[in-house]
Design a protein around this ligand. Structure first.
Ligand SMILES: [Zn+2]
Length: 83
């Protein structure tokens, strides 16, 4: 179901991220999802009973800016010595 929020409400709503990005209905993966997605940070927030839950802690998992690169990939190790 598409989020049926009041257009005027959409105008004043803003993402709680530091950039306060503009929100659009749906998610990147599902434009008809009951959620709002920030155009700036990419976080998606759930809409519960017609009320958008605009809390960074409630952002849908897997959305938003990519976290700082964590050390997990195969990296070359510098050889000790020779220096
Ligand atoms: Zn945002």
């Amino acid at each position: 179901m598409v989020v049926g929020l009041d257009p005027q409400l959409m105008e004043i709503l803003a993402c709680p991220c530091p950039q306060h990005g503009k929100l659009s209905s749906g998610t990147a993966a599902n434009p008809e999802a009951d959620a709002l997605t920030c155009a700036t940070c990419g976080r998606s927030f759930p809409v519960v009973d017609g009320i958008p839950v605009l809390l960074l802690t409630e952002a849908l998992p897997g959305t938003g800016p990519e976290p700082d690169q964590v050390d997990g990939g195969p990296g070359r190790r510098r050889e000790p010595g020779s220096g």
